[in-house]
Design a protein. Structure first.
Length: 174
């Protein structure tokens, strides 16, 4: 038994203090581990809270994006409808203006045609009157010239007849 006691004494002297130190270190490690576990639990709680906030934010952002998409789609469709209407209004207005210009040009063309016909008729009337006047003067001058020439021819004929009679008389007397 002495060996047993000696072994126990050696164990008590060398190993028990070591065991006490190991137990003390283990107790400190358990305390540190408990603190780390508490911090991990706090971090997990914080991460769960952050995950929940991210999910809420994602849901909120998804709703806002969907609302913005709907709003932008409606605005785009409104702008598209307005542009289509403006295009149709502009087309209608241009067609009306073109039709108005065409009608005005047609009217101006008709008025110009009528005016030109009237002027041509007026010039034709004046020229006809002048031609008739010139023809009348030429006819009158021709008549006067004819009358004058006939008178001169008659005068020359009378003179010739008288001379011939005088010559005949002279010839007969001689």
């Amino acid at each position: 038994m002495e060996i047993k006691e000696a072994m126990l004494a050696v164990l008590k002297e060398y190993i028990f203090p070591e065991l006490q130190e190991i137990k003390h270190n283990q107790a400190q490690m358990e305390t540190g581990l408990a603190a780390v576990n508490r911090r991990l639990d706090d971090h997990n709680t914080h991460l769960v809270d952050q995950s929940r906030r991210i999910d809420v934010l994602r849901t909120d952002l998804t709703q806002k994006i969907d609302a913005l998409d709907t709003k932008l789609t409606q605005r785009i469709e409104g702008v598209e409808a307005k542009l289509t209407q403006n295009s149709q209004d502009l087309r209608t207005e241009l067609i009306q203006k073109i039709d108005g210009v065409e009608a005005k040009l047609t009217q101006n063309s008709q008025e110009l045609r009528t005016e030109l016909i009237q002027k041509i008729d007026g010039v034709e009337t004046k020229l006809t009157q002048r031609i008739d006047g010139v023809e009348a003067k030429l006819t009158q001058n021709s008549q006067e010239l004819r009358t004058e020439l006939i008178q001169k021819i008659d005068g020359v004929e009378n003179k010739l007849t008288q001379r011939m009679a005088a010559v005949e008389t002279k010839l007969t007397q001689d």
